[in-house]
Design a protein around this ligand. Sequence first.
Ligand code: HEM
Length: 142
Amino acid sequence: MVLNEVLRKYPLTIFLDRRCEGTYSFEETGLTIDKNVCVLIPIVGLHYDPEYYPDPEKFNPERFSPENKKNILPYTYLPFGDGPRTCIGQRFALLVSKVALVYCLKDFAFDVSETTKVPLELDNSVSFIMNKGNLHLNVTRL
Ligand code: HEM
């Protein structure tokens, strides 16, 4: 739940790109996308849309609890993309992250320090999500 919420707020890739394989018209809006047109899918826009994630700035892992996650609409949560080109490392990445977290939290406590930037400041000069400067934390051995 915590990792899912981290990847909602900070999804690494801010958009996905696809090239339209054939001219396609949406019945609901009449909008037509011509063949070969490139489409950008705004991951961050979807992840911060209050229609899909109420109070989107709030870090709330409960959004991904077993009871709540079934209400998440398909294609509104895309940290690993979706469809035939979805991330092949998704399961591996989640497994490694969970193991790393367990090892860290088993022996150390992490806390903010006077120099920690709250809220986290993001670096706008890169096309993926990354914090600006260093990330300062107080680490105590348990
Ligand atoms: C938290 C970690 C990771 C995130 C957030 C992530 C995210 C993504 C995203 C958004 C895509 C594009 C998917 C799409 O276009 O629908 C992608 C593709 C891909 N990822 Fe990851 N990824 C992660 C870790 C990994 C790891 C650990 C591996 C390899 C061991 C990996 C291998 C790949 C490959 C090969 C593709 C291209 C798949 C294709 O085009 O068919 N990723 N990833």
